[in-house]
Design a protein around this ligand. Sequence first.
Ligand code: T1G
Length: 707
Amino acid sequence: MTDTPLVRLERHSDVGVIIVNNPPVNALSPGVPEGIIACLNEGLADPAIKSMVLIGDGRSFIAGADIRNFGKPRPPVPPGSRSHDLLDLSTKPIVAAIHGYALGGGLENAMACNYRIAKRSAKVGLPEVLIGILPGGGGTQRLPRLIGPKAALDLIVSGRHVPAAEALTLGIIDAIVEDDQDLKQAAIAYARKVADTRPLPQVSSRTDKLEAAKSDPGMFDAKRREIARRARNQKAPYNCILAVEASTQLPFAEGLQRERDLFNELENTTEARALRYAFFGEREANKVPGLDASVPVREIASAAVVGAGTMGGGIAMSFADFGIPVRILEATQEALDRGMQRIRDNYATSVKRGSLAQDEMERRLARITPVMSYDQLADADAVVEAIFEQMEPKKAVFAKLDAVMKPGALMLSNTSALNIDEIASATNRPQDVAGAHFFSPANVMKLLEVVKGAKTSPDTMASTMAMGRKIGKISVGCGNCDGFLANRSRAPFNSEMVIMLEEGALPEQIDKVMVDFGYPMGPFAVGDLAGLDIGAEGRKRRAAADPNYRKLPIADRLVEMGRFGQKTGAGWYRYEKGDRTPHPDPVVAQLIADMGRELGVAQHSFTEEEILRRLLFSSVNEACKILEEGIAYRSSDIDIMWLHGFGFPRYRGGLMFWADQIGPKAVYDQISVWHQRYGNRWAPSPYLRRLAESGTSFRDAKPGRAG
Ligand code: T1G
């Protein structure tokens, strides 16, 4: 435990520097706001101090309130006595000096200062909406006064981080300090320069920027309409709008109270608890059991990809996007050229959309080198095999890689389900082999499923997890089985959605339930997008491996009819030429009716709840088996995979968090009923039964037989 205080006052002649020291991100944990106030008062009381600076030690300014304390009882803080309240009333100029991040309460404290300067590499923002709350420290009242209500609405409702240059343009900060300059010295000089400025600029007393609301009173309703689709089922985004609206209608003090009231409506909502859970779950996933800080991590400074198809190209882009040179190999020049063209087209689309600058596109393309011989991959620190999903060709690739790759290279397969141990057996270095399952499109989706084989070494696992983080992914580790964690937990959902058609449900009916629940797209529309022929391959493999595998004749019939989805103009839905909009197709409805009769399945109508629970409970049951087998290290890892791999709505926390709101016992009881009605595929997992009997939540469940 360091003996450096959480907050200290350093005297630099006539400037008092208030320094926050609460690693790793200077969160406003208990003691930090109190320390800021104490140092502020000490500086105000010292006649030798003419002006002050507020700055952070370590890698950042202040990253906000301590999120770990939300949802827990906290001593009430009387209005007017928080650090930003008192900074606002300072009788001496205070300069906030920002590096790294000033987020949430951090930016709110900075806006209560008289001036703000920031390193060019710094970022500021009010991201509270991303954890289901709103800026509760004056941010909804000060930011509109600083940059105008419209710009404030954008930042507060999106929660996005703003680079210093944009913050300067908007008016959030007053000056930029170049990254090669000393921030503290620059801030001291700035504080000295403004020491005699009177009246002190005070954000809370400004009204000039609020005038804009008078000429555009409709901006708030327009914002509500703008976010309606993506903010459906949520409360925080709408309370953010109400709070900013209040800043244009109420005096500052009353606006603060309105902000407080709107904040208090949110802190303990399921939405806020789910989003906090997701935030910490993403970080918990970094911790793979048995891999502590002592496990060496190999640096990945260069990479290679075998296969230049959709996945291989996306994986190569993932490395290039983060500055890592990558070689991409194909068997024929024609395939290689096609792959490189697809990469160029992907980048060109981003440039056209304005999300990537042309010169940055060129820089990234220059990092990707097409090759045709394995020898040219030899010196890469990591190689990812990304050819088609068949075991023998994959083993042949690994045998060739084994013959050329330098010692210690990470030997990774992008397989989404195949046995990592069998792939590793094609090499003499199984300890260097692991699964690195990217999700399509690989350069966009943030999830990386890192699969540990029986012989995968701890440092290979740690290095692959770290490699994922280095290329902007959320790495989630798991054990080896058919489908690993993500696709295995998803498989029952994929079956149940088609089985319900046999009972009389329609694709559009099921898709609507899932979109209303919060998915961006319904599962049948997603199937049409991904290609129904791919799913058919997986079903064939599972049917060959498992005599009890439940076939899906309706899905198989569709593929037999050549209806693969968008790529053939028809799948579960029909598509107009050049249009991706799914249209319900009477041909499919007729096929479903005919096959329901042919199969002799009792037809019935469905409630929305039954559709939702048939799909998700089937996966919860499989997730319990995955936990019991120790394939998943914790239930939050399953949730992070569902959030980032399958589009599960983030404000519901993930599959297991959502199921916890219903409770393991209720889930078990319902599954037991379906087990009686539908047979073995609904046999409840013993692990689930133990949770139901012991009253243990999914969140607290431990992997392995104990449960
Ligand atoms: N509270 C508690 N712990 C936090 C934290 C926070 N605000 N921010 C980060 N951590 C922990 C994190 O869990 C991890 O822990 C470690 O710090 C490093 O974080 C009143 C109500 C700042 C951009 O929402 O966005 O202010 O895993 O791995 O990738 O209006 O952390 O090492 O044990 O993410 O460099 C608003 C949340 C709060 C910012 C740095 N602020 N944090 O990213 O490191 S609400 C936020 C982040 C509020 C006021 C309201 C990121 C980061 P561990 P990391 P990073």
